[in-house]
Design a protein around this ligand. Sequence first.
Ligand code: G
Ligand code: MN
Length: 408
Amino acid sequence: MAKSERPSGAHPTSPRGNQTRASEPADPKGRVLVADDEIALLRVYKHALVAAGYAVDLANDGAQAIELVRLTEYDVIISDISMPAMDGLELLRAVRSHDLDVPVVLVTGDPALATAMRALEYGAYRYLPKPFGLEQLTQVIDSAVLVGRMAKLRRRALEIVGDSNKQVGDRAGLEAAYARASETMWMAFQPIVRSCSGAIYGYEALLRSNEATLPHPGAFLDAAARLGKQRALGRAIRDAAGEAFAAAPADAFLFVNLHPHDLTDSELLSPNAPLTKLASRVVLEITERAAIEDVGDALACVAALRKLGFRVALDDLGAGYAGLTAFAQLEPEVVKLDMSLVRDVHLQSTKRALIRSMTQLCMEMGRIVVAEGIEKREERDVLAEIGCEMMQGYLFARPGRGFPTVQW
Ligand code: G
Ligand code: MN
């Protein structure tokens, strides 16, 4: 149902009653929802806002407010901070799971710096300590309406231009999006094949979710980092990958991406973790994009992982800024060449020469080379001729549910 089609029974009866529609301006400047547990105050707000040209809905607690937000698109929401059952900050968070942009103005009779800061951190548009003049209120609402409209336009522009990293506005919106992403998270698997035969060597587990505002794993992981939930997400990924892999072909390896951050999580070494139980079949990918030097005892941790039976791959080689320190320190059993190196390798002789040298060096050191992101037959043929042992990319199979079959 479209938000503007409100069923007639949906309005709370008290305190708004049936006179609401009658006293609304004919062509309102916008629609405002006011939530406050003091009914007398609600009437005052309403009177002032209707006089200023707004259509106004009232709610005398958070639950009623959320009910209305579900059915109606508001231009601004005003809420008292202290209300029984659901306070203004909780209301703000609940609002963000329905509307990422609507400005929320929080008012309070008990201004405390800590609450004010939390209100702003969670994306309240303004924090108004009582008492304030009605003129001040209408000024704040006038500007909030414009800001809210701008936010909606900006989101539409982002959808067109496609910078999907920046779609979730404030912290409350980010939390709501992150919660939805976590609920719908699943692991895709992409085959890694042997260059000589196309036989399966292993599968890389790749994070996926059905949350539209965090449309790729990078956005999901960034959201976790911004919310301080990196460690929890890392665990969820490893557990989900380990559990899903129970259904994989018997002799395949499982490749799992780790953030250097995950190396400091004691759970990583837990004998009871689903992944630890599979350790001898697991290759942990550590990216060259993030600086491993920043993680205090990363090397001790990698040594402990090897004791448990894990192998290590250096991921995204060629895409990092970090020189070869990670390569030297990690002593990876597997090296994954970044797709930026692989792309058009048949057309660019410098790339070809570089990959040839890297591959030869790896072979001399007994490391396995996986070329990532292969999309074209010409790339595959050149890489096979150079001697890359393993390959991965859309040309063979896209990441997908279960264990996708290979086109060879
Ligand atoms: O950083 P890492 O190498 O783990 O990232 C792998 C990412 O690359 C995944 O998100 C996966 O979906 C994507 N990917 C895998 N194969 C291809 C490919 O052939 N082309 C492109 N463009 N992306 C790929
Ligand atoms: Mn990877």
